[in-house]
Design a protein around this ligand. Structure first.
Ligand SMILES: NC(=O)c1ccc[n+]([C@@H]2O[C@H](COP(=O)([O-])OP(=O)(O)OC[C@H]3O[C@@H](n4cnc5c(N)ncnc54)[C@H](OP(=O)(O)O)[C@@H]3O)[C@@H](O)[C@H]2O)c1
Length: 258
């Protein structure tokens, strides 16, 4: 459907493949006939997904259980992967919700480690072999809140702005190579994210599905450096880009206020 194998190669590595958007990426890429390396902490969940993918699509799947917040996680992955990685999906991540001073700072620090530091390390570890083979694709899970400040999700919003700028800068550096980079911006999407972040506030508009988000990613990879999932989110993103910052902060404070 997306002709990913022809354009990018045979194998994809997905971080955070045990649930939500990462799991949906696994199914979409297996459907394309790609072999997969699945990474997350929950080994049993990964194993079940791997067996189902092998049975349904006849692809080869390597399960790599790994806590990506651990020091040297990227190096461990690099030395344990069975095949060179053609498509890297930097998806694993989490958020938190509440007044910054009320949040547990060790969780905020772990979030920076996972959402930003690991993304840098893993991309740095896997990019050279893509450059050698002169093809590849990298998707970074940013967010709508990587486009605009999100009071009461301050650290999370900042990590996603980091992912966005990192992705867009790499897209510029790699523009004359055959390696596509995409900064992906989902809005509210049904997954385990809200529960994990203790985020119970209803947001305007209907939440998107993980399949919607994955379709937006795979249909835009190689065509443009960034993509916002869903028309409502694209309109929201456009408005907040043209407004003065003060107005944006006032507006988003009201939206996210507990
Ligand atoms: N859902 C949304 O509304 C939304 C909106 C915008 C952006 N995003 C972004 O999309 C990405 C995926 O989120 P999601 O909605 O699919 O959330 P999710 O359902 O909570 O899934 C998160 C995934 O990350 C993995 N993970 C978390 N901490 C990890 C760690 N320390 N080491 C290894 N793996 C870890 C989890 O696996 P284990 O628990 O098994 O480790 C799980 O597979 C995140 O980067 C998130 O910021 C989500």
């Amino acid at each position: 459907m997306y002709q990913l194998k022809e354009r990018f190669g045979n194998t994809a590595l997905i971080t955070g493949a045990s649930a939500g958007i990462g799991k949906a990426f696994s199914y979409a890429l297996a459907k394309e006939g790609m072999n997969l390396i699945l990474v997350a902490r929950r080994a049993e969940a990964l194993q079940q997904i791997a067996e189902d993918l092998q049975q349904q699509f006849g692809v080869a799947v390597q399960v790599l259980p790994q806590d990506l917040q651990e020091k040297n996680a990227a190096k461990t992955i690099q030395s344990n992967i069975k095949w060179p990685v053609d498509v890297l999906i930097n998806n694993a991540g989490f958020g938190s919700y509440g007044r910054f001073q009320d949040l547990d700072v060790s969780i905020e620090e772990n979030m920076v480690d996972l959402n930003c530091k690991l993304t840098v390390s893993l991309t740095h570890a896997l990019l050279p072999s893509m450059l050698e083979r002169k093809k590849g694709g990298i998707i970074f899970l940013s967010s709508m809140v990587g486009h605009m400040p999100a009071p009461y999700m301050a650290t999370y919003s900042a990590t996603k702005a980091f992912d966005r700028f990192f992705a867009l800068s790499l897209a510029g550096e790699l523009k004359n190579t055959n390696i596509a980079v995409l900064s992906l911006h989902p809005g509210d999407t049904v997954s385990e994210f809200r529960e994990q972040a203790h985020f119970d506030k209803a947001l305007p508009g209907r939440p998107r599905t993980v399949e919607n988000v994955v379709h937006t990613a795979l249909s835009n990879l190689g065509k443009r450096p960034s993509a916002i999932d869903g028309l409502g989110n694209r309109i929201f993103g456009f408005i907040t880009r043209i407004w003065p910052e003060k107005r944006v902060v006032n507006f988003t404070s009201k939206i996210w206020k507990p």
